[in-house]
Design a binder for this molecule. Structure first.
Ligand SMILES: [Zn+2]
Length: 312
C-alpha cells in the first residue's frame, strides 16, 4: 500500500437549515459547521498485515435471507421519541441483530477505478437490503440513501467538500459521497473504502431514527461539550458501520486478517493526530467499530449512554 494516509469518514451535520438557523445563536458551532461539516481523519501508514490476535465470530451464512437471529421488536404504535430520547432510547435500539444478506460484491481490480466504483455500489446495495429488511421487521419506515462516488472534491447541497475528508453524508439530500483515493486502489483486499461507505450509511441510519435531529439541534455551551457530543455521534456511526459490515462478511468477503488490519488502521487514525477531538481516540473508534461488527446489532451502539472514557 502506498504510505499516503487516506482520510477517515467524515461527520455530517444532517440538516443545513437547522445549522444555519442556529448560527446566530451559537457562533462557535457555526464556525465548526462551516469549517468542518465533515472532519477528515488520515489513516496511518500501512503497517503490514498484523497477525490476528483474537478470534472473530464465524461468518454467518450469506445464502438465505433468514429472519434475524434476534428478531427485531416491532415499534409500538405512536410517534417515535424525539430529542435526546431518540438518541438514548429511540427506535434504533429496537432493530434486532442484522442477519447476513446474500451479497455478491464484485471485487475491484488493482488500479481500476471503474471496478472500484462497481464494488462500492455493489456493497451499498447489500447494505440497503440489510438495513431495509431490519427496519421492515421492526415496523419502521426505511428509505435508502443515495450514493455518489467521486474522484475529486465536489459541492453537495450541504456545502463544499471539506479538505482531507474521505466521505460525507448530506442529510438534506440523503446522499452519501465517497471520495475515492487512488491509493485505495492498490490493494483490492483493503477494507477501508468499504468502512467509509458503511460509516456514512451509519449517519443515514441516525437520520432515519431521529438521532441526527437531536444532534443537529443540540449546541452545548462549551467547546468541550460540543466535541463530546460529536464523538458520541461519530462513534455511533462507526459502530453502525461495524454492524452493517457484519452482514456482508461472506459476500464482500471480510477475512479475519483483513478485519484486524482495518482495526489497526482505525486505531492509528484517531483524534490523537488532530487538533480537535471530535471523532474519538483511535482505540475508541476501533473498539466501537469492532463492537458493532461482533454484535451485529444496533443496540450495541448506544454511545449516548456509554461512559465518558469509552467515548473519549
Ligand atoms: Zn462521520
Amino acid at each position: 500500500m502506498s504510505s499516503t494516509p487516506p482520510p477517515k469518514p467524515g461527520r455530517s451535520r444532517a440538516s443545513v437549515i437547522i445549522a444555519v438557523l442556529t448560527c446566530a445563536i451559537v457562533a462557535v458551532s457555526v464556525f465548526r459547521y462551516l469549517a468542518g461539516n465533515t472532519t477528515g481523519r488520515p489513516a496511518p501508514t500501512e503497517t503490514g498485515n498484523p497477525t490476528p490476535t483474537s478470534t472473530l465470530p464465524r461468518a454467518r451464512p450469506a445464502a438465505e435471507p433468514a429472519p434475524s437471529p434476534i428478531a427485531a421488536r416491532r415499534a409500538k404504535p405512536g410517534k417515535p421519541p424525539t430529542g435526546r430520547a431518540a438518541a438514548v432510547s429511540g427506535p434504533l435500539y429496537r432493530l434486532g441483530r442484522l442477519p447476513a444478506v446474500e451479497c455478491r460484491v464484485e471485487p475491484f481490480r488493482a488500479g481500476d477505478l471503474a471496478s472500484a466504483k462497481r464494488h462500492l455500489h455493489g456493497l451499498n446495495g447489500c447494505l440497503d437490503r440489510a438495513w431495509a429488511r431490519q427496519f421492515r421487521e421492526a415496523g419502521q419506515r426505511f428509505r435508502a440513501p443515495s450514493l455518489k462516488i467521486v474522484t475529486k472534491p465536489v459541492r453537495s447541497s450541504c456545502g463544499w467538500w471539506v479538505k482531507d475528508v474521505a466521505g460525507t453524508y448530506c442529510g438534506s439530500s440523503r446522499t452519501m459521497y465517497i471520495l475515492i483515493d487512488k491509493d485505495w486502489l492498490t490493494d483490492p483486499g483493503y477494507l477501508f473504502p468499504a468502512s467509509v461507505v458503511a460509516h456514512e450509511y451509519g449517519h443515514h441510519i441516525q437520520l432515519l431514527t431521529g438521532i441526527s435531529a437531536y444532534y443537529d439541534a443540540t449546541f452545548p455551551p462549551t467547546k468541550a461539550g460540543e466535541l463530546a457530543l460529536s464523538r458520541r455521534f461519530e462513534l455511533q456511526a462507526e459502530c453502525l458501520a461495524g454492524v452493517a459490515l457484519s452482514t456482508v462478511r461472506a459476500g464482500l468477503p471480510i477475512e479475519d486478517r483483513r478485519w484486524q488490519e482495518l482495526l489497526e488502521t482505525t486505531r492509528e487514525s484517531g483524534d490523537e493526530a488532530y487538533k480537535d477531538n471530535d471523532h474519538g481516540k483511535g482505540a475508541n473508534i476501533a473498539r466501537w467499530l469492532d463492537r458493532g461488527y461482533r454484535s451485529g446489532a444496533p443496540s450495541a451502539c448506544n454511545t449516548w449512554t456509554a461512559s465518558k472514557r469509552s467515548v473519549g
